[in-house]
Ligand binder design. Structure first.
Ligand SMILES: CC(C)(COP(=O)(O)OP(=O)(O)OC[C@H]1O[C@@H](n2cnc3c(N)ncnc32)[C@H](O)[C@@H]1OP(=O)(O)O)[C@@H](O)C(=O)NCCC(=O)NCCS
Length: 176
């Protein structure tokens, strides 16, 4: 379980229901991402598999991305959560997962990547700015959900990152 991670041994693929538990575990161990019910990860793995990607290493899920096409803005691929286990961070896996999400079957035809990030999440902000830079496109940051929108205390603002426009040609330029 805690073997050293070799990048060449990490395989990205579309999830199945059997991966829902592993996705939930990555979030739980991250200590950063909002931990939703395990049921929700099973639903994502079953009903939104075409806009989700898991990273597998030696039979373990070590990273994942979940998202969907916004029903009211179909050109937008909304990336909900991306997480990489601590032992697999800093290897470029976050960028590979976001790129795989943009290439996923459910994201075909999308021209804008949307996600929300809290102001204190430096790693995530760096990840998405790197994606915009590598795609050669823009990254607009604006308000989305405010702390006061959340029912529980202690939640930060969630800022909207809009990355785009991008085309299939832009995606082809990514080297990961
Ligand atoms: C955010 C996260 C997915 C990044 O994964 P990762 O595999 O370590 O990222 P990568 O190795 O692909 O790095 C992507 C870019 O971000 C930069 N970066 C990564 N972690 C960073 C950090 N802690 N501080 C500053 N920059 C960072 C990298 O240098 C790289 O930029 P570059 O292309 O200019 O070199 C990972 O840190 C994580 O799972 N964090 C906890 C969960 C989370 O916050 N998810 C995002 C909110 S939905």
């Amino acid at each position: 379980m805690n073997d050293k991670i070799e990048v060449a041994d990490i395989h990205l693929r579309q999830p199945t229901v059997a991966d829902g538990a592993g996705m939930w575990r990555v979030v739980k161990e991250s200590g950063v991402l909002d931990l939703n019910s395990s049921y929700l990860y099973l639903l994502m793995a079953r009903d939104f598999a075409r806009t989700c990607v898991v990273a597998e290493h030696a039979g373990d899920i070590v990273g994942f991305v979940t998202g969907y096409r916004r029903p009211d803005r179909p050109e937008a691929a909304f990336l909900w959560q991306v997480g990489v286990l601590a032992r697999a961070q800093g290897l470029g896996l976050g960028k590979r997962l976001v790129a795989a999400f943009l290439r996923a079957p459910g994201c075909q035809g999308a021209t804008v990547l949307e996600t929300t990030i809290t102001p204190d999440n430096a790693a995530s902000r760096a990840l998405f700015r790197a994606i915009a830079r590598d795609l050669g496109t823009g990254c607009e940051v604006g308000p989305c959900f405010r702390a006061a929108d959340f029912p529980e205390a202690g939640h930060e603002d969630e800022e909207l990152f809009e990355i785009g426009p991008y085309s299939p040609e832009n995606l082809q330029t990514l080297t990961y």
